[in-house]
Design a protein around this ligand. Structure first.
Ligand SMILES: Cc1cc2nc3c(=O)[nH]c(=O)nc-3n(C[C@H](O)[C@H](O)[C@H](O)COP(=O)(O)OP(=O)(O)OC[C@H]3O[C@@H](n4cnc5c(N)ncnc54)[C@H](O)[C@@H]3O)c2cc1C
Length: 281
């Protein structure tokens, strides 16, 4: 993937200005039954993060959990003015359970920023993003980045149930128009979401799409990008070891333009790829 001047404007010279950032926890509060928002004060290196990149978090050792490896977490909020970073995380196992125990004043050791984030083409007029679950965390800073550069942003947020939807405020504050869909009332069916996007596209043409959080949404995004002849990108997740490109634990199969398959590292070559490259989210 080539980086445009637009995306790189957020990042300093060099591809990976990574560092071990010793951050100070500001707050770590639940946002719903599954997710928590961890806000930390970060040193200058951490604040160079841009949308789609991630940090590898050293989770604390607790009475019950000794998470050995770091855990990857997308950057959800980059607040350079107040020198803060935000992570929106779901408590799933011992690493995130241990993260949950961090309180104000505690230290969080976060390696990063890591990986290749979103590459918003210069001159993009209308970004449509479709996200589900953890994807909401990953796409939020892209909405802000795009809106700050004058692009219209339409965000479709999908969840199992209405009470699991989140990030509406974050996205609206970033200037995005937000549409919520869920499985309970049946509005999240990919064919219905695609029709809604077609209506929006007919009014104000969409020229870039981004997705994260679901294979069905990846398929939908790939299909609409092909239909409209526009670029689309997806932030991918994989189990990680080092997070630095050395251990190859997180390789996924990707296809090049000729359809030839090769393996790429999510942590180093991604986590953001073209929707045409990857087969699964
Ligand atoms: C680049 C990247 C960005 C991510 N960003 C976020 C984020 O912003 N917010 C968030 O909540 N999570 C995010 N994740 C997923 C997060 O890293 C895992 O949920 C976390 O590592 C789980 O650790 P654990 O010790 O709590 O759970 P574990 O005990 O390791 O696992 C608990 C459960 O989670 C599943 N799981 C663990 N790791 C992953 C993974 N990488 N992908 C899919 N399923 C996994 C396991 O199958 C298991 O069922 C991201 C992952 C990657 C690779």
């Amino acid at each position: 993937m080539t980086m445009t001047a637009t995306a790189q404007a957020e990042a300093p010279a060099g591809r990976f200005p990574r560092a071990e950032n010793r951050c100070r926890v500001v707050s770590n509060d639940p946002v719903n039954a599954e997710y928590r928002l961890l806000l930390v004060e970060a040193p200058a290196t951490g604040l160079t993060a841009y949308a789609g990149q991630f940090f590898h978090l050293l989770c604390p050792t607790t009475h019950t959990d000794q998470p050995f490896l770091r855990r990857p977490m997308s950057i959800y909020r980059i607040d350079r003015e107040n020198r803060r970073l935000g992570f929106l995380y779901k408590v799933t196992g011992k690493g995130t359970r241990a993260l949950m125990t961090l309180g104000p004043g505690d230290e969080l050791n976060a390696t990063g920023p890591l990986g290749v984030g979103f590459d918003l083409p210069a001159g993009t007029q209308h970004v449509a993003m479709v996200a589900r679950g953890v994807g909401l965390a990953t796409l939020a800073p892209l909405a802000r980045f795009a809106a700050e550069r004058g692009a219209r942003v339409t965000a479709i947020l999908s969840a199992r149930a209405p009470d699991l939807l989140m990030s509406r405020d974050e996205l609206e504050a970033a200037g995005a128009g937000v549409i919520e869909v869920n499985d309970l009332d049946g509005t999240s069916k990919p064919e219905d979401v695609a029709d809604r996007l077609r209506e929006i596209h007919a009014e104000v043409p969409i020229d870039f799409m981004a997705t994260c959080g679901s294979n069905r949404l990846l398929g939908l995004t790939r299909g609409l990008c092909a239909e409209w002849g526009i670029p689309g990108q997806v932030a991918v997740e994989a189990f990680m070891g080092c997070g630095l490109g050395m251990c190859f634990a997180c390789v996924v199969p990707v296809r090049d333009a000729e359809g030839k398959e090769e393996m790429k590292r999510v942590c180093y070559d991604g986590p953001v790829f073209s929707v045409n490259e990857v087969t699964t989210w």
